[in-house]
Design a protein around this ligand. Structure first.
Ligand code: MG
Ligand code: MG
Length: 277
């Protein structure tokens, strides 16, 4: 696919615009998070996010995204064994479910892309651990997004954190560059070898998105041709941020105004100071 090589370095001004897109996206995701409760439908979750996008007069790049048929919603809402690309609809959330919401926002021509996973009511300790590990793998990977590091350094961390906890990462779906298009280069797999892959350069903007599965790395696509599930129907989780590579280290563009990720569980980015490169 052509976008693998389509790497666009952004100016500081463009990164500022993407940060605005990211804050709106975070607010939309937080609204989706706050709408998660027993009995809510996945369409309700989508509507909560859409309301925020509408308030800012922005749209989601997910809507009508080309695929087997144009993607029908502004968000993807994926429940339990659904890893990514769940289409919002009539499915009602039940106590103990885990739900992943992915959303994008286009502001002044630039895209922000992020996702979170959360529990519905009381969830099992195993489900809680899956959420915590998946989120931690994201923030630990982001810490590697330093000028001069390689994509493999970022990818390897996701794999290492997930596998150290007995989970699996998908080999079929990846993170990606993001900018004027939702999917630019480079690809950022959830597995890799440190020191390998493309060099990270100042001005790259990349969506890193660990997709973690409990029982297998194999996936299936449902009859709706969009929804991706674990092949064994075991639980899955997905977290994502859009990050700019800067001379002062990774700048997460999809945080809320309070500096937290929507639905954030753990401490977030531990990195408190990065040397100037
Ligand atoms: Mg996404
Ligand atoms: Mg993405």
């Amino acid at each position: 696919m052509a976008w693998f090589r389509n790497i666009n370095i952004k100016t500081e001004h463009e990164i500022e615009i993407m940060r605005s897109a990211g804050q709106i996206n975070a607010e939309a995701l937080q609204a989706a998070h706050d709408a998660v409760c027993v009995g809510a439908t996945t369409a309700d979750i989508n509507a909560a996010a859409e309301e925020v996008l509408k308030k800012y007069g922005v749209y989601s790049p997910f809507k009508n995204y080309p695929g087997p048929y144009p993607y029908p919603s502004s968000t993807t809402v994926s429940v339990n064994e659904e890893l990514v690309h769940g289409i919002p609809g009539k499915r009602k959330l039940r106590e103990g479910d885990i739900v992943s919401v992915d959303c994008g926002a286009v502001y002044e021509g630039f895209v922000a892309d992020s996702a979170f996973s959360t529990g519905v009511g009381e969830i099992s300790p195993d489900a809680r651990r899956l959420l915590e590990v998946t989120e931690a793998s994201l923030y630990k990977a982001i810490e590697k997004m330093i000028v001069g590091n390689h994509i493999g350094d970022v990818s390897a961390v996701v794999e290492k954190v997930a596998e150290a906890n007995g989970f699996y990462v998908t080999h079929e779906y990846t993170g990606h560059g993001v900018g004027r298009d939702m999917h630019e280069g480079p690809q950022v797999p959830n597995y890799g070898i440190p020191g390998q892959g493309m060099l990270l350069r100042k001005g790259m903007t990349i969506a890193v998105e660990p997709m973690v599965l409990v029982g297998t790395r194999a996936t299936r696509v449902l009859k709706d041709q969009w929804t991706v599930t674990s092949a064994d129907r075991s639980l899955t989780a997905h977290f994502e941020h859009t990050i700019a590579v800067t001379n002062n280290g990774p700048l997460i563009l999809t945080l809320l105004e309070n500096g937290k990720g929507p639905g954030q569980i753990g401490p977030g980015l531990k990195l408190d100071r990065i040397r100037d490169n």
